[in-house]
Write a protein that binds this ligand. Structure first.
Ligand SMILES: [Zn+2]
Length: 399
């Protein structure tokens, strides 16, 4: 791949492994859906659990059918109801098509425009549907916001391969970089020193090219972390040629031959990610609890976190995975109220406007956090219980 190709490079296909392969959802895919807005209700979105056990037991279809039935009963307009029911039936049919790769799926359907999208993700979702004027993207966007895309470069002195790890899955970029062939030593008439110099020159050129391709991929797919693979010596060479910003995001390194099996690369990368995620969670939960105890710009508990959110003070929101709690959202301002802390609420404590009840306010809270550009930490590992006990949720504050 030469410099010209690099400039033309727009999107590179990703190849997952055959058993568990899935379509990586990339920012561009979602942007297209974010732009969809009708002037009336007519977009059906479904979040589904498509783990093999749920699919095999028929659980996914039954749950979807029930949700459609429930929702249908609430639609008063006859024409709209028929549109909705037909759209729902088509979705249920789609789920009959056997085993699907991935663990979670988001289906979006705009029946009047015959617009249809299916996103498969490696993370399961709780089953839910939305029938609105636009696609209901929040749970998917929150997930994308939380997970860091990892880029992986595997290189030797002549070749290079590139991988993307995102949302717990790994795929290989469908490009291969190869340096110029080594000159033949025999009959070249070069002295050993000259020959070695030539070999070295070509390797240098190759590694520079590798780094350039990596920079381009990092930019396209928003790599937030980097893993380097190869021999120790080749890893060192790549590292020294990387721009500073990329050196700073190196999350790990591992030894592997250039023709390493895909599964080996995947397992090593996921190991590095899991290790890093555990460390980060531990540090963050520790910082939260220590600082909250000292009253140093940190809060624990539902209402203190909701108050800080309303005051736009969030620096980082920490939530235990799969934690939900009921409450209300204000019909006028971004205010959220916990039912656990304030069971008798009727009006917004921030502005006095009426409240609307929600089965779960954590989802909305996470959205508010993202809106104020706070970091989202969903604690999934062993620190989860500690946070639940001390919190159940917490936040580090900007001021
Ligand atoms: Zn309010």
């Amino acid at each position: 791949m030469n410099a010209l190709d690099l400039e033309r490079m727009e999107r590179v296909n990703l190849i997952g492994d055959d058993e568990r392969g899935f379509d990586f959802v990339r920012i561009d895919d979602v942007k297209e859906m974010e732009a969809v807005k009708l002037d009336h209700t007519g977009v059906l979105t479904a979040y589904l659990d498509i783990t093999p056990t749920a699919l095999a037991a028929g659980k996914t279809r039954v749950e979807l059918k029930n949700l459609i039935k429930e929702k249908s009963a609430t639609i008063e307009n006859k024409k709209e109801r028929r549109l909705f029911e037909n759209a729902g039936a088509e979705m249920v049919d789609y789920l009959q098509s056997g085993v699907l790769p991935g663990r979670g799926m988001v289906l979006i359907y705009v029946p009047e425009e015959k617009l249809w999208r299916a996103y498969r993700l490696p993370v399961p979702f709780e089953t839910r549907i939305a029938w609105e004027e636009r696609p209901y993207l929040r749970p998917m966007l929150l997930l994308m916001d939380e997970f860091e895309p990892y880029g992986v470069i595997l290189a030797d002195r002549e070749k290079a391969r590139f991988f993307l790890s995102y949302l717990g899955e790994v795929a290989e970029y469908d490009i291969k970089v190869e340096g110029e062939a080594l000159p033949k030593r025999a009959g070249s008439g070069w002295s050993e020193a000259n020959y070695q110099r030539k070999v070295e020159e070509l390797a240098k050129k190759h590694f520079k090219n590798v780094v350039n391709v990596a920079r381009k991929l990092a930019e396209m797919d928003g790599w937030e972390r980097l893993v380097l693979a190869g021999t120790d010596e080749n890893i060192r060479r790549m590292e020294s040629l990387l721009p500073k910003a990329m050196q700073e995001i190196i999350a790990g390194r591992f030894n592997a031959p250039i023709d390493a099996n895909f599964n080996l690369v995947r397992d090593r990368v996921l190991e590095i990610e899991a290790q890093r995620e555990r460390e980060v969670e531990k540090e963050r939960v520790e910082a939260l609890i220590t600082r909250a105890r000292k009253g140093e710009r940190a809060v624990l508990g539902l209402t203190p976190v909701l108050d800080a959110t309303q005051q736009y003070r969030l620096y980082m929101l920490l939530v235990p995975a799969d934690f939900h709690t009921p409450g209300w959202h204000c019909t006028q301002c971004p205010g959220l109220v916990s039912e656990v802390d304030h069971p008798e609420s009727t009006t917004c404590p921030y502005c006095g406007a009426p409240l609307d009840h929600d089965e779960d306010i954590i989802d909305l809270l996470m959205q508010r956090a993202v809106d104020q550009e706070a970091i989202l930490e969903v604690v999934r590992g062993e620190e989860r219980d500690r946070l639940l006990e001390e919190g159940p949720i917490g936040a580090l504050l900007r001021f």
